[in-house]
Design a protein around this ligand. Sequence first.
Ligand SMILES: O=C(NCCc1nnc(-c2ccc3[nH]cnc3c2)[nH]1)c1cc(-c2ccc(F)cc2)cc(O)c1O
Ligand SMILES: [Mg+2]
Length: 214
Amino acid sequence: TGTTRPQRLLRAVQERATRGDSESVIAAIDHFCRHQEWAMNVGDEKGFILDSVVSEVSPQTALELGTYCGYSTVRIARLLPPGGHLITLEFNPNYAAVARQVIAWAGLEDMVQVVEGASGDWIPHLREHFGIESFDFVFLDHWKELYLPDIKLLEECGLLRKGTVLLADNVVCPGTPDYLEYVRKSQSYESHYFGSHLEYTRAEDGLEKSVYLG
Ligand SMILES: O=C(NCCc1nnc(-c2ccc3[nH]cnc3c2)[nH]1)c1cc(-c2ccc(F)cc2)cc(O)c1O
Ligand SMILES: [Mg+2]
């Protein structure tokens, strides 16, 4: 049996980072992934682009699809304005359990709600369950074949408003071709590609920022 990679990542955070210091949590995870074991966090290079988009939007309501160990959750939550709130959906209960502890170690548990379950099941219930009118910001980082169906679902559920900013990870590696084609061709989105690299590697990857025009 032994430990899982997310559990070893959590132990690295608890051993190396200072409780309540989100910067040290981010640094501890990046150190673990560069020097111990690669893990599928957005990473420091793409994380810097994520930071700049979140800071520009300064969202009161934010949604993350794909929590994993909570690395990007911490990156987003630490930049939320007063009163801002982040809902993050995670399918895998083991990932969710680790993420809750990483988010708590960073001292950000009051701004974040980790919701367990399938995105397709949860999206239609976010309004009634969490009192959300619409999202100012959405970060897509879950299963790559779900990006397109899930934004269509968000549109149908009226959870996107004029100006909502979508930011999608891994549009090159592993790749999300159907999503990219849709947001780049649709009259309802204004898209821009930020070239970067797959976390902790030299492989090409990037983030696609798409503004919903209504
Ligand atoms: O699969 C990824 N990420 C997805 C995890 C996840 N964490 N949570 C979910 C979820 C969340 C709600 C859901 N609702 C329904 N399914 C769901 C799945 N999915 C991923 C993979 C890579 C990668 C690149 C190159 C390689 F050689 C191997 C791997 C890099 C990345 O940056 C990723 O983000
Ligand atoms: Mg990713």
